[in-house]
Design a protein around this ligand. Structure first.
Ligand code: NAP
Length: 372
């Protein structure tokens, strides 16, 4: 792991800290080598309480000591942080994240509201780190000073695109047909009513197919210096909610530009390795795609935590009679599909110096009264 690119830890705040994604962020920040959690914010239902009182904690490990006593704040952009991680409900995330960015905070968001904005990076570091080059234009367009917004994709898109990336690099992509089996935790808490999902499958998740058909185009496309250019893929998604707590399974058929054998496809996935910059980030995996040979895998219960939840696990790579190759993939919807990728995005921003300007302004204003 890379040594921390700064002497002090950056101060992190979590918006929507009491939700299922926010809790993951709080957990992952509990012992983070570069970031310390200094502020948590949520709705009026929670604000004013300590985090331990406000949160309905779903994780096996206890609430981190560093978070227990923090007082939950509202969405006023005056928090003691160098940057914000946002896991806000999408009903409030749009304007709230803009308010924080305008007030000077880098905002790393899980929410859908700004993902497709023409000047906002939609980022998976292993896939399109070069899209961070859009940040200066975003700041100029919007009159932001030290603040900006970076987003991560929808939970089922994150696993899919991580697996498509090595195939795009090795063979080129033409068409993708995907059917998802998505866990109930993807709907937040309390999520899908038990009466709807127990012993059942719900073949509709509002807005999900649209997101899965749009977001990969931006992620696998390019930033040309002034705008994002789509990847131009043919993409069709069917999204289903299934009675699984964690882990989105996806059955994918892929049409490749270049003819490839199944062994070449498996090898491209297996050997997908991140570069030295990414490998040095605390949350990164050197090989983020895991290929299993057992034909009954991947399975949500057995494989969702692979690579601490940051791996996309692939199995059943075989010929497709309609397109070229088909496979099954699984990813942890709350880690790779949300909190883990957000944290990795923040680490990449830190490593590239994007958090330094706000942190410097903060330190100055703290230091000022002392020096006068
Ligand atoms: P969730 O469990 O429903 O949590 C929502 C959070 O937003 C809670 O902290 C809640 O605070 C806060 N909130 C709600 N209304 C608010 C208001 N008016 N003002 C301030 N805060 C408010 O949802 P989630 O599943 O964690 O999802 C969070 C975001 O991540 C959503 O935008 C979602 O689309 C996105 N996302 C989720 C997943 C997933 O797998 N679940 C994956 C990728 C992205 P209170 O507790 O005080 O109500």
């Amino acid at each position: 792991m890379q040594s921390k690119p700064s002497e002090k830890k950056w101060k992190a705040g979590v918006l929507g800290a009491t939700g299922v994604v926010g809790q993951r962020l709080v957990q992952m920040l509990g012992d983070h080598p570069w970031f310390e959690l200094t502020e948590v914010a949520a709705s009026e239902r929670s604000s004013g309480k300590t985090y331990a009182e406000a949160v309905r904690w779903h994780l096996d490990s206890p609430v981190p000591e560093s978070a227990r006593g923090l007082i939950v704040k509202g969405l006023d952009p005056s928090l003691d942080c160098d940057f914000m991680l946002s896991a806000l409900d999408s009903s409030v995330a749009g304007p709230a994240e803009e308010d924080f960015a305008r007030a000077g905070y880098p905002v790393v968001s899980n929410s859908r509201n700004h993902r497709m904005d023409p000047d906002v990076p939609l980022l998976i570091p292993e896939v399109n780190a070069a899209h961070l080059d859009a940040i200066p234009l975003q700041q100029k367009n919007r009159g932001y000073d030290t603040g900006f917004i970076v987003t991560n994709p929808n939970c089922s898109t994150a696993g899919l695109v991580l697996v498509l990336k090595p195939l795009a690099d090795a063979f080129g992509l033409e068409k993708i047909f995907v059917v998802t089996l998505q866990a109930i935790s993807g709907a937040g808490y309390p999520g899908v009513p038990a009466m709807d999902i127990q012993g059942n499958v719900v073949p509709f998740i509002s807005g999900e197919e649209e997101k899965m058909e749009l977001e990969p185009q931006k992620l696998l496309g390019k930033w040309d210096g002034s705008r994002f250019v789509d990847a131009g893929l043919g993409l069709s998604a069917h999204c289903n909610r299934v009675p699984v707590v964690v882990g989105h399974l996806e059955c994918v058929s892929v049409g490749l530009k270049k003819i490839a054998s199944l062994e070449e496809v498996r090898e491209a996935l297996r050997s997908f390795e991140v570069d030295a910059e990414l490998a040095s980030l605390p949350t990164a995996l050197r090989n983020p795609v895991v290929v299993l040979d057992d034909e009954s895998r991947p399975q949500p219960r057995r494989d969702a935590n692979a690579g601490n939840g940051m791996a996309a696990v692939v199995g059943r790579v075989r010929e497709c009679p309609l397109l070229d190759v088909k496979l099954t993939l699984l990813s942890h919807n709350l880690v790779r599909g949300a909190a883990g990728t957000a944290l990795l995005n923040a680490e990449l921003l830190a490593a590239r110096g994007f958090l330094n300007r706000r942190a410097a302004v903060q330190n100055q204003s703290v230091a000022e009264p002392v020096s006068r």
